[in-house]
Design a protein around this ligand. Structure first.
Ligand SMILES: *[C@@H]1O[C@H](CO)[C@@H](O)[C@H](O)[C@H]1NC(C)=O
Ligand SMILES: *[C@@H]1O[C@H](CO)[C@@H](O)[C@H](O)[C@H]1NC(C)=O
Length: 273
């Protein structure tokens, strides 16, 4: 029984870390971290956020979801229905916008995977992420092993295209591990499969005795803490540790009793252990 529990525990306590919350410039404490991302700037011993949407290129600006290219300038994106124009004008303002009536812009509606037919499914991304024709239906791919259920040429192709998270092993598509990284320069991290290939969870890796092995944020140092956590942890020069960022301040109006609800939830959790 004990061994069994230990086994379960070792699965549950995988060392994947959450990288959804990114550091904001103001949190960064060393110049090196601050200068890595182009939206932050080191000024008089502080890291500050450079004014948003300073991208000049009319081609790149619409691709930044925070920005919109309006009247020959890259400005802060507000919402598609604030802009006017036909389809191509709206799409040149922001990749989030389109026009159906040819006069005003509106949000682009990305269909769900389930709306694609067999013909188009394997090539498409739905609003939930990458689609695949699995079990006679078009559905979102949730993990590397789902890719195996897409037969034919797409199986290997989709597996290989998710190179940060999946690998082909004995002609199956499986989740990659640190130990699959063969050389020191690639031994950084593995993404847990994500349908948008924008990782929300990663396993940090480190090079040890000529192998790439699992690591934790406290194995990182001032030169790789920020980068190897995809900008989610910062280097604290005082404690000399790699620590998780808080990210943007929370919604300014949390419910009054939010803290109380959290406390009760934590108590119930502790008691139930
Ligand atoms: C997509 O993959 C499915 C599942 O293997 C296959 O049956 C279907 O023919 C593929 N679609 C195309 C257009 O190749
Ligand atoms: C940080 O760790 C990496 C990988 O272990 C190592 O190559 C690098 O020299 C270290 N840098 C510093 C400043 O300690």
């Amino acid at each position: 029984m004990f061994v069994y529990l230990l086994f379960i525990f070792s699965i549950v306590s995988s060392t994947y870390i959450d990288v959804v919350t990114k550091c904001i410039c103001e949190e960064l404490l060393i110049e090196n971290d601050c200068n890595i991302v182009n939206y932050c700037y080191w000024d008089q011993n502080k890291c500050i956020d450079i004014e948003d949407c300073t991208i000049e290129s009319p081609v790149d600006c619409p691709y930044d979801i925070k920005c919109a290219y309006v009247d020959g300038k890259c400005t802060k994106f507000t919402s598609c229905d604030k802009y006017i124009g036909d389809k191509s004008t709206c799409e040149a303002i922001s990749i989030q916008c389109t026009s159906l009536d040819g006069n005003k812009c509106q949000n682009k509606v990305i269909p769900s995977c389930s709306e694609f037919d067999e013909e188009n499914c394997n090539y498409s991304d739905g609003n939930e992420g990458e689609c695949g024709f699995i079990d006679d239906k078009c559905q979102v791919v949730k993990q590397c092993s789902d890719i195996d259920l897409i037969k034919g040429e797409f199986q290997i192709m989709k597996c290989v295209s998710n190179i940060h998270s999946c690998k082909v092993s004995n002609s199956k598509c499986v989740q990659k591990k640190c130990s699959d990284l063969q050389d020191q320069s690639s031994c950084q991290y593995i993404h847990l499969y994500d349908p948008f290939d924008k990782p929300s969870s990663i396993q940090i890796c480190k090079w040890q005795d000529a192998h790439c092995v699992d690591a934790m944020p406290n194995d990182l140092n001032e030169s790789n803490c920020f980068i190897d956590t995809i900008y989610s942890y910062l280097w604290n020069p005082n404690s000399k540790t790699c620590q998780k960022c808080n990210g943007p301040p929370p919604n300014p109006n949390p419910p009054d009793n939010f803290e109380l609800i959290m406390k009760v939830a934590i108590m119930i959790f502790v008691i139930s252990q």
